[in-house]
Design a protein around this ligand. Structure first.
Ligand SMILES: Nc1ncnc2c1ncn2[C@@H]1O[C@H](COP(=O)(O)OP(=O)(O)O)[C@@H](O)[C@H]1O
Ligand SMILES: [Mg+2]
Length: 233
């Protein structure tokens, strides 16, 4: 699936204060692409991800997936669209604490129309020996890999990740990025990763730099770095 944004704006209104979080964003994300959205805190990255993925609606502008224009969907249609097509991973792992690793991933698979084999996914994210444990028995990096496994298990067309390594140290952060890179390569899942770490941008096909709600520039990487090759900074 490819995504097209045309002149997307987002204004938050809180009382009398208006915050222009997105200013005239136009962008195309191609099928199978690994896109990194890079920018300082407050530059609008999370707002952009929320608006692209239909978690929030734009103030103006158009968002379409292939031929479906989702920016005028009501919340019921949006929920169905997200469930059928999109996967999410956030900085917080959001695992269900009273379910095992395997059960958490099963829940992710259960909402998909064409889910992956659960054991294959468990193997891919390298948590086979943890599969019967509960989240509290895992390290942060392991929990984040379970979270990725859960979001990818339903075989989404697009995977959105907002600061997926934001709470992790270098070693576990790289393991998580390696999983994202492998999933993108092997399943051709279009992957959008938000980060404020410029080193992570070296893993992308393209890097979109944001500042103050605008696209500053879009850079294509001539060659991509492997997750374990990058410096953490
Ligand atoms: N729900 C909200 N209500 C009001 N302002 C918001 C809201 N969410 C984000 N903002 C503001 O929009 C701007 C962009 O925020 P955000 O998208 O979270 O940036 P980033 O993810 O790059 O740190 C900031 O000025 C932030 O304070
Ligand atoms: Mg953010």
């Amino acid at each position: 699936m490819s995504i097209i944004l045309k002149n997307v704006n987002k204004i938050y209104k809180t009382g009398d204060i208006e915050t222009y979080a997105l200013k005239n964003i136009s962008l195309e994300i191609k099928q199978g692409e690994f896109l990194v959205i890079l920018g300082p805190s407050g530059s609008g990255k999370s707002t952009l991800l929320n608006v692209i993925s239909g978690l929030d609606s734009p103030t103006s502008g158009e968002i379409s997936y292939n031929d479906e224009i989702i920016s005028n969907y009501d919340s019921k249609k949006l929920t169905k669209f997200r469930r059928d097509n999109l996967g999410f991973t956030f900085q917080q792992y959001n695992l269900l604490q009273n379910l095992t690793v395997r059960e958490n991933i099963e829940i992710g698979a259960a909402i998909g129309k064409n889910p992956f084999n659960i054991d294959e996914i468990i193997q891919k994210v390298d948590i086979e020996s943890e599969k019967d444990k509960y989240p509290y028995q895992l390290s942060g990096g392991q929990q984040q890999r379970v979270s990725i496994a859960r979001s990818i298990a339903k075989n989404p067309n697009i995977l959105f990740c907002d600061e997926p390594t934001g709470a992790l140290d270098e070693a576990t952060g790289k393991q998580v990025l390696d999983v994202l890179q492998k999933m993108n390569k092997e399943f051709k899942t279009t992957t959008v990763v938000i980060t404020h770490n410029p080193n992570i941008a070296l893993m992308a096909d393209r890097v979109m730099k944001m500042n103050s709600g605008r696209i500053e520039e879009i850079v294509r990487n001539e060659s991509k770095k492997n997750a374990f090759e990058i410096n953490w900074g």
